[in-house]
Design a protein around this ligand. Sequence first.
Ligand SMILES: Nc1ncnc2c1ncn2[C@@H]1O[C@H](COP(=O)(O)OP(=O)(O)OP(=O)(O)O)[C@@H](O)[C@H]1O
Length: 740
Amino acid sequence: MPDPADNQPLVIDAQGLGRRFGDLVAVRDVSFQVRRSAIFGLLGPNGSGKSTIIRMLLGILPASEGTAAVLGRDVGLEAEQIKRRVGYMSQAFSLYADLTVRENIEFYGRVYGLTPERIRERLTELLELTGIGDRVDQLAGTLSGGWKQRLALACALVHEPELLFLDEPTAGIDPVARRQLWDLLYELSAQGVTLFVTTHYMDEAERCTSVGYIYLSRLLVLGKPDELKQLPEVTPDDARRYELRAEHPARLMSRLREQEGVRDATIFGEAIHLLVDQDRGPEELLEPLGVDPSKVEVREIAPSLEDVFVTLTQRADNDSLPDQLTEAPSPAEEESLEPTPPPPTPTNGEGVSKRVASPLHGLWAVLVKEFAHIRRQPSTIFFMLVVPVMQTIIFGYAINTQIENIPLVVHDLDGRAASRELVARMVNTRRFRLVRKVTGDDEFYQALRAGVAQAGLIIPPDYSDRLIRGEQAAVQVLIDGSDSQIATTARSTAQLLGLDMSINLARGRGEALGVAPSRDPTGQGALPIDVRTRLLYNPDLESAYFFVPGLVGIILQLVTLFLTSFAVVRERELGTLEQLFVTPVSRAGLLLGKLTPYAVVGLFETLLVLVVMIYVFGVPIRGDAVLLVALAMLFMVTSLGLGLLVSTIARTQVEAVQFAFVVMLPSVLLSGFVFPRSEMPLPIYGLSFLIPVTYFIEILRGVILRGAGLLDLIPSVTGLVLCCVVVLSVSIGRFRKQIE
Ligand SMILES: Nc1ncnc2c1ncn2[C@@H]1O[C@H](COP(=O)(O)OP(=O)(O)OP(=O)(O)O)[C@@H](O)[C@H]1O
């Protein structure tokens, strides 16, 4: 009689599905169909490919071969549309342990776009359905295994899916909880929900309307449980199946296996299932073994599903991998309910080293294990090799504490040979590098405020005239005092140069030609050239002025980078990210939702650090504080992007720390935070332009110390905007709603 269920529409249609992970074939040419309201059970031993099939059907893992349609849509092309209509309960507990039962359900309700009212209704319905109402305010992490599964089921059902995937829903829970969960599944099936369940338990397979058995990545058999039991290859016409109950079944089974006519003997609980030639009765088999038939309960039986799978597995082994698997236990044996007797304990200490434990006992074992960990974790090797090389290069090559090339702006109002010589002498000291010649005061001060120059030379219009007249000529050297190290060098170099030129002049002209020595305005004898230095912005040369603003940038980057990369990687490790991937939450929604809280935290952190800077270190903000906070936000977004980038590379939290450290190292050492960038060799100096915090430190020092405005900061702001765009595009581009 045709089964009405066969007329139901197709819900899953998989054709030739395959998936490879490198050389490993996890799923090979799997085809099957599931119709509406069915409870489809996918069985198979560990690692046979069940979870991989579910992930492909959910669209979170691309198939290497074949196609699949779920609810009439192609999983490869229309995964997002499918996600609204399916639910998924993953193998591991993947809910938020630090949220309560209610909060978890509400969260998933929101993710699926339910209105607050509908969420309230669904919460009540789901609490009732799963019976978890008493624990609604308990933290999910503190629930016992069975209750966790019910909560996971409630979350998977919040949006009333038409199709529900359950990956080993009853693994690790007690028999009563298992039964209760299955009662729930029946109820759902009666309501028209299609269920796709993977399991290891044969009794659960018996409860399914149709089952597939997957072994070594291939689907061995597919059908309704009753049909499968009638497969001719399971019980051939010339054979019979019997169940035998006797004392010591395990011992009896191995003896029976050696009997002629016995095709198969397997333990099922306390009984033995025998497949024997039709012309051999069980009594005939027991007699030669000296077993009293009256002490053995015998009955003819139909094959169970387990018999079906055991038989088919053995056939598959014989057909395809005769040598490879002859010694491996079959899956049915592994899953047999008969407890395997423990290996005999050596009573006289046989096999155990009798040597007295040395103080270094176990060292070798631990060493071997640790090397294996290191070898298997490529990020550790990268970290161990790349970081020291980076450090060595930076410390040995890039960091030069000798100060040279201080950028100099010159405002030469005289413009004649003597003034040009002064400029040339300054540059020849190699301490200064002429970056700009200006013609107006505004331009001169702007160059210093914008940080283009750290020293400025003003030569008065009468410089040459005074020298010719033998009067003292004064020039002014203005020095940016923010970096006390640079400022001190600039000041002493300028003063020494003035002295040196004066002596030469005095010697060369005054003494030799008998010209009277230079005089100062009061008519007193004086040095011919008076170099007057003045420190701007930080006249007392407080080192806090230099370091603290830079520290604000470094701290902001450190905290946001670590928090963000951890936030994403932790979810990946816990499995909650996979759970989120199967929901219709958009990539932008997921990312913004994850990053915004950290942006808010970062904003408060910025304000806090600035307050500490002003009131604890006494470094006031000379410029516009609003501009500063706005640019700090821009930097923070970049930093969050960097965190996200790290999280797309790192698989574990340990890796996240390592990668974040790799990002932080150049940020601290090459950004100009401690060591002046102008002193770095050209390639490293060029590299420092790729580091976002370089621009932010320039901005911080500009606004805080020199009162720079937006126009002064255009180069740094442009650099930061570019970094932000690049970092965000790369990290968002790399972040996929898929398991890689
Ligand atoms: N992301 C991955 N990278 C590499 N190999 C993987 C990945 N995911 C799964 N595999 C491998 O693919 C094979 C099938 O794994 P899968 O998790 O689908 O098996 P399973 O039948 O669900 O097993 P279990 O019952 O233990 O969950 C296994 O050998 C597994 O190690």
